[in-house]
Ligand binder design. Structure first.
Ligand SMILES: Nc1ncnc2c1ncn2[C@@H]1O[C@H](COP(=O)(O)OP(=O)(O)OP(=O)(O)O)[C@@H](O)[C@H]1O
Length: 780
């Protein structure tokens, strides 16, 4: 294996180092499917060296020199499986989808992929309801951007750009000097409805130019403009936007910041002719309110975009300049940690100390800045309402800010949240069509990567090889965001301590297993996360929301399948699902999509009573999926199924995961957890006994390999005499030899026994589980 020379597809984008929380990460993007993931520094070291010219052994040697640890076959296998599974490896003999580098070729590929996404019915064109959604305005946005880029080449020349920027600065100074008159004109504008509408239309145009300016500057740096579309909110608000891809992959911060700020410069430049007219207008002219209002409101909307708050341009520019990902979220997390640390919570203090010093300052400063801006905004609203209210009613002035806050909540439910959610979903989550498009374009991985089927158990590390640092834990797809955050959750039932301070996080798109013996607290934990029970202590966030008290918005985003799923047994499978869909306000198509997704179409007309156990489990899954949830809780979905039905359900579960959904999976089947889960949490005695990838848990056990030799071929005493053997047992006609030096013992055995008669068993998750739960129970 180590002689292989695999290569990452040359068109795959690998970004520069960014900080996300305390971690340093690199973004990796498949430009064909649009799928993105984050990798750690060590994986980045390896990925950029997988160029088809170096063997794994050579890269491993460089890795050992850089990090002081060696990569074993299991780690290589896991990394290649991850890359192969995501179609990121090149296929020998097949022309790469781009001759690399040239953004143009990549743009061509992406244009095709965007078209495929659109044709597949999963494109973003026209998505959403009449209240909110987006409509594509330009059939070939990249081509239009090429033309705009060429047409505006003169304006990007320093000889033009520098004076233009100077004029924009002069405009700001001039407006500041004229502020009184401009404010007066703006006040009068609000008394003239026709002029006000005219100003609104001109400002709409200015915002459209703002977006196109982002696209043109991005195009100038070789970036791709995926789409120009109209976005609508709340039924009547619309704006044109330009979707620029891959700014984070540019690598240079200057150009990134320039792309982010281009829109504001366009806004100000757009106002320059109006400023000239304003300067020439006689004081009493009728057009004064129009021009004054336009200048003041246009400048205010432009500059408001510079506020460092998501999703404004100022926030993006700040993130690029600092080289951080999700600055707002991470600073909120850090602020919470810092407050908890200040309240002398040692766990929080430990976590806060893991942040590099510079990052701690950045995140704390940003959190303070946000608090300051919120305070200024609220104070501004108070002043505004005080000015608007008659003198006797000044005491009511705090009502306006409170009303704005209250109005923000229904507005969020009116589609803003849905839009944000759609934007943060990975393209893979767009559905099977997107996945199919990826497979069509990229082909299958040619590197002999083991199939993504049930793992046959990781190969035992040769005795001379030190287990490498947790490379593969980092290689597991690092979620872009957390789907579930559980912190210090405790729950008692009378004297029974069901949960005793459990904390963990589940990443978006992760297949997360919850294991533990009977009575360990799994159901209690999962029910608390689902919002069915209240924790006594601790906090839970699910998809950014608090699940307790009953959160209806959240319920629409999660799907729950329980062991004792209730069915309308006298109905057919299709009728059952249609009823469930109707209860959720969905039409029949939702039911047929769900039934198709779980492969029950040919049983759609069978009565639920007549379905087999496996088919019922599929129906239970369909019931949980009918409203297309982002996060699914599955409670032993394969319980009481025969091995064949179990395996077939595994395939379905993998598909669900492949669609980008997050799955929290409770099971007693260890082989299942090992085969399916990205990470598993083992609960014992109400506590988290372990949390890691199945592979890492198994390795951490350092359990011996077991060699099974037929009892008629060797005596136990003879086996005990072999150097490296730790223990010998006799089990069911086999002599079982336990050793951590499997290679040496096998060589010794080969002179005594035909090697074909020997079976080798390496440690499994079950071994790790048994040891951990035994320890956990003792502890509990
Ligand atoms: N409603 C309840 N009232 C009192 N005790 C309860 C209640 N629910 C659970 N328990 C107790 O809390 C502990 C944890 O139970 P829980 O059902 O969460 O465990 P579990 O890991 O899901 O077990 P299993 O694998 O058997 O389903 C057990 O000791 C159980 O007896």
């Amino acid at each position: 294996m180590l002689r292989m020379r695999p290569a990452v597809r040359p068109d795959v984008l690998v970004g520069p180092a960014l900080t996300r929380g305390p971690a340093t990460v690199h973004l990796v993007k498949d430009p064909v499917s649009g799928a993105r993931m984050e990798i750690g520094v060590k994986e980045h070291f390896v990925v950029v060296r997988l160029d088809g010219t170096r063997t794994l052994a050579e890269i491993g040697a460089e890795y050992a020199a850089a990090f002081g640890t060696r990569l074993g076959p299991a780690q290589w296998q896991q990394l290649l499986r991850l890359l192969g599974g995501r179609q990121l490896l090149a296929v020998p003999g097949r022309a790469p989808s781009s001759p690399v580098g040239p953004a143009r070729q990549q743009a061509g590929d992406r244009r095709q992929s965007a078209a495929e996404r659109g044709a597949g019915g999963n494109g973003r064109t026209g998505r959403g309801s009449w209240l909110s959604g987006r409509t594509r305005m330009v059939a070939d946005a990249p081509a239009l951007m090429d033309r705009l880029h060429d047409a505006t080449a003169f304006a990007r020349r320093p000889a033009v750009l520098a004076p233009l920027l100077a004029l924009c600065a002069a405009l700001l100074v001039g407006e500041a000097l004229d502020f009184g008159e401009l404010a007066n004109a703006t006040g009068r504008l609000f008394e003239q409805p026709v002029a006000l509408v005219a100003v609104g239309c001109v400002l709409w145009l200015s915002l459209a130019l703002h977006e196109l300016a982002h696209g043109v500057v991005a195009r100038a740096y070789g970036l791709h403009v995926a789409e120009i579309a109209l976005r609508r909110y709340a039924g009547f608000m619309t704006y044109l936007f330009c979707e620029v891809e891959d700014v984070q992959f540019l690598g240079r911060r200057g150009p990134q910041v320039a792309v982010a700020l281009a829109g504001v410069v366009a806004n100000l430049a757009f106002l320059l002719p109006f400023w000239l007219v304003w300067a020439l207008l006689p004081g009493g002219a009728q057009a004064v309110p129009f021009f004054g209002g336009l200048l003041l409101l246009g400048t205010a909307t432009g500059l408001a975009n510079l506020l460092p708050l998501p999703p404004l341009d100022g926030y993006k520019a700040l993130g690029y300049a600092l080289g951080t990902l999700r600055l707002a979220t991470e600073s909120r997390v850090f602020a919470r940690l810092a407050l908890a640390a200040a309240a002398r919570r040692p766990e929080a203090a430990r976590k806060a100390a893991a942040y590099p010093r510079r990052l701690r300052r950045v995140l704390a400063a940003y959190a303070l800045l946000c608090a300051l801006l919120a305070a200024v905004a609220l104070a501004g609203l108070c002043l505004l309402s005080r000015a608007a209210l008659p003198d006797g009613a000044a005491g009511w002035s705090p009502c306006l800010p409170l009303a704005v806050l209250a109005a923000a909540l229904p507005l969020r439910t009116l589609g803003l949240r849905a839009a944000a959610r759609r934007a943060t979903r990975t393209p893979a989550a767009a559905g099977p069509q997107a996945t199919a498009a990826t497979a069509r374009t990229a082909g299958a991985a040619a590197v002999p990567v083991p199939p993504a089927g049930p793992a046959a158990g990781p190969p035992a590390a040769p005795p001379h090889e030190t287990a490498p640092e947790a490379l593969m834990e980092q290689a597991a797809p690092r979620p872009q965001e957390t789907a579930v955050v559980v912190e210090g959750v405790r729950k008692r039932y009378g004297e029974v301590r069901a949960l005793d301070g459990v904390s963990f996080e589940v990443g978006r798109g992760e297949f997360f297993g919850v294991l533990g013996p009977n009575g360990a607290g799994k159901t209690t934990l999962v029910e608390i996360v689902e919002g069915m029970r209240q924790a006594d202590e601790g906090s839970v966030r699910v998809l950014g929301e608090n699940p307790w008290p009953r959160n209806l918005t959240l319920l629409r985003r999660i799907g729950v399948q329980t062991q004792t799923s209730a069915f309308f047994t006298r109905l057919t499978a299709a009728e059952h699902l249609e009823t469930v869909a109707a209860l959720q306000g969905l039409d029949r198509s939702a039911a047929s999509r769900a039934i198709e997704a779980v492969g029950l179409t040919d049983k759609a007309r069978s009565r639920v009573d007549d379905l087999s156990g496996g088919q019922r489990q599929r129906l239970a899954l369909a019931t949980a999926l009918v409203h297309d949830p982002e996060l699914i809780f599955l409670d032993e979905p394969t319980a009481a199924l025969d091995p064949e039905a179990r395996r077939s359900l595994w395939g379905l579960l993998r598909e669900l995961r492949g669609q980008g959904r997050t799955i929290v999976y409770t099971t007693h089947y260890l082989d299942e957890a090992e085969a399916l889960c990205d990470r598993v949490a083992i609960i014992a005695g109400g506590r988290l006994a372990a949390l890691d990838t199945p592979g890492a848990l198994i390795r951490s056990m350092a359990a011996p390999a077991r060699l099974l030799v037929p009892a008629d071929r060797i005596t136990p005493d003879r086996a005990r005499g072999i150097e490296g053997v730790e223990r010998v047992l006799v089990e069911g006609g086999e002599v079982v030899i336990e050793t951590r030096a499997a290679n040496r013992v096998l060589i010794a055995l080969s002179s005594l026994v035909d090697l074909d008669a020997i079976q080798t068993r390496t440690a499994t998750l079950e071994d790790a589980y048994l040891r951990l739960t035994a320890a956990g129970s003792e502890h509990g």
